[in-house]
Design a protein around this ligand. Structure first.
Ligand code: GLN
Length: 615
């Protein structure tokens, strides 16, 4: 059996093979236990924002997370205290100093950023806890949300740093001196040593990165690890300060937020796309893993991932756009009315939009709509294929709808239930609750189109009256002489229906053809109200001709939508005409065929609009 290898997997393996021979750098030894690490270990893992893992080398070898813990604990402290409070405890400026520098602001004592040890210890102190154990337990639990499994502290590395970490303890006391730490510093520095000694492997790091790439939700478990609003804060400090005093060079070359640890790990995040974890213990003079740096540089270069050169995505957020002249609603209308809709329907326009709506994708839609809106009586925006709408997009759309309403263009947003935030966001922009109600009035585009067509017809000289008594105007009677129409009229029975009443039930035997004299009837697959309404018929049309022609049972329910009056034509009477009045029979048969041909043509045109505009 041939195993097809993903080119992504092959590429990571080729990088692993290529850089395995690099032996530059030294294993960090200032924490004695770290010095025991096998310097040749080398693992790579890339986790996509939808939770797929590519792994190469020692990607499951456990090592201690060290400084890579810092952005995650910062995220926890942000969730606990909010941004404003955290900014009083640590700044967000790159310091240009080494990670263990004793650099605090001269006056305030505030550390420059949460990625250097001083800022990280200040941050650990802000994690809500009532004891050392509680603090460490909360930190471990937070890591577990990112990795999807319980986490533990490596006791040997923790113990080793705890016995030798006098410099960090000194930083803790300085922070206490400036009241940046408001509690006894020893226990907080202890918690910090434990957070640094949490055991992870490359797959953990990659998934932690993928969770940040996925707006804070672990894509494998679906568990939220951090509030979505804090993800950008965490990634920002990683981007500006994550690689110590090499942060500028890193963002210049690699262009992704990242964090490294002195045990040899590097975690980089491509927001919205993936996280990558690399481990190789030899670190350079800044404390960054030499091979991990090379891997990340190559990944960024080969796949063109620099964040300041994002790919141009030419996929339009406009999926389809058509007017009712090109594609009318599924309302079956009298041929005269239909001709009117064709002639004037360009004043009703539908925009089917798709994808993720943010500023740029929404701006292009807004521009399209505004450009044509001068001639438009109504505009329908169909959200059926939209996956997400962010706050900026919702505001733009709300403003667009308000502008259209001001110009007197009736505007409708349809198929919005899968975007529950859209309506409240529009409502937050508008003071007029009735206008919001109007905007979201129609669940489906078809219903909105029907309304817009009726509204348009109101403005035009009526091609057919709203109540039609004269058989001559019906499509079934085309080509019949007055005498022949008289014969037909004798065969018809009048019937009234009140709103909601069944006219035809699915599976019934077909005994009649229905001529709609007044009102509108709806055709439903499934139960009326809950199933899907596939068409409707208005005055001057005939309903039920399919079963009338081929004798099959009824395939759908037909229900009166208002007070409806129909003339019923019994199938047996029709068949008897073949003997008694063969010319009438033949003419009616022809008219039935014409009516079906008209419907088929509409379907063909609809399909051609879909196939020419899409793709
Ligand atoms: N625990 C280490 C320290 O505080 C973490 C430093 C690092 O990874 N750069 O010194």
């Amino acid at each position: 059996m041939t195993v097809h290898r993903s080119p992504v997997q092959s590429f990571l393996e080729s990088l692993h093979a290529r850089f395995a021979s690099v032996r530059d750098g030294e294993v960090a030894a200032y924490i004695p236990e770290l010095a025991k690490t096998d310097p040749d270990l080398f693992g790579i893992c890339l986790a996509t924002a939808d939770g797929y893992l590519y792994e190469a080398g020692d990607s499951r070898h456990l090592f201690t997370v060290q400084s890579i813990s810092k952005p995650f604990v910062y995220g926890l402290a942000l969730d606990d205290n909010g941004v404003k409070h955290m900014l009083t405890k640590t700044g967000v400026e790159p310091s240009g100093d080494a990670f263990n520098a004793i650099s605090l602001h001269r006056v305030t004592g505030r550390p420059f950023n949460p990625m250097i040890n001083a800022g990280a210890i200040a941050t650990t102190g802000q994690v809500r806890a009532d004891s050392l154990q509680h603090r460490v337990a909360r930190i471990l639990e937070m890591f577990g949300r990112y990795t999807g499994h319980p986490m533990r502290v490596d006791p040997a590395v923790y113990d080793s740093e705890n016995r030798t970490g006098h410099r960090n303890r000194a930083i803790g006391h300085l922070l206490r001196n400036f009241d940046i730490l408001d509690a006894e510093p020893t226990a907080i520095v202890d918690a910090y040593f434990q957070q640094c000694a949490i055991a992870v492997h490359c797959a953990d790091l990659a998934l932690m990165g993928a969770t940040l790439a996925n707006q804070g939700v672990n894509p494998v478990t679906g568990v939220r690890a951090i509030e979505d609003t804090h993800v950008e804060n965490v990634l920002s400090v990683m981007a500006s300060c994550g690689m110590y005093d090499f942060s500028g060079g890193w963002i210049y070359n690699v262009g992704m937020p990242a964090k490294s640890g002195v045990s040899g790990g590097v975690l980089a995040v491509l927001p919205g796309q993936f996280g990558i974890g690399v481990f190789s213990p030899r670190v350079d003079e800044h404390g960054n893993s030499v091979r991990a740096l090379k891997v990340c540089e190559e990944v960024s270069r080969a796949w063109e991932l620099h964040q300041f050169n994002p790919p141009y995505c030419p996929t339009s957020s406009r999926r389809l756009s058509y007017s009712c002249a090109e594609r009318s609603s599924s309302r079956i209308r009298h041929p005269g009315e239909l001709a009117c809709v064709r002639d004037h329907g360009s004043r009703v326009r539908v925009f089917e939009i798709q994808g993720n709506l943010a500023f740029a994708t929404t701006e292009s839609i807004v521009r399209d709509v505004i450009a044509g809106s001068g001639e438009q009586r109504s505009v329908i925006l169909d959200f059926h294929h939209v996956t997400t709408v962010n706050g900026a997009a919702a505001r733009l759309l709300a403003d667009l709808a308000a502008e259209l309403e001001r110009r007197g263009t009736a505007t409708f947003f349809t198929h919005t239930p899968r975007l529950p935030s859209l309506r409240p966001q529009v409502a937050a922009q508008w003071t007029d609750a009735a206008a919001v109600e109007r905007l979201f009035r129609f669940p489906s585009t078809d219903l909105a189109m029907e309304w817009c067509e009726d509204d348009l017809l109101e403005t035009l000289p009526r091609p057919v009256p709203s109540r039609l008594d004269d058989l001559r105007t019906f499509e079934i009677a085309a080509g019949l002489t007055s005498e022949e129409i008289e014969v037909l009229a004798q065969l018809l029975d009048r019937q009234r229906y009140s709103p909601g009443e069944f006219i035809i039930r699915r599976d019934d035997e077909a005994t009649n053809l229905f001529l709609v004299m007044s009102g509108v009837v709806g055709v439903w697959l499934g139960e009326p109200g809950t199933g899907s309404r596939v068409a409707s018929f208005s005055v001057g049309t005939m309903v039920g001709e399919l079963a009338f022609l081929d004798g099959a049972r009824r395939s759908a329910h037909v229900v009166a939508e208002c007070d409806v009056e129909c003339s019923l034509f019994d199938v047996d009477d029709f068949l008897r005409l073949q003997e008694s009045h063969p010319r009438i029979h033949a003419t009616i048969l022809r008219n039935l065929a014409v009516s079906l041909a008209t419907k088929l043509r509409k379907v063909n045109r609809d399909v051609s609009i879909l196939s020419t505009q899409r793709g």
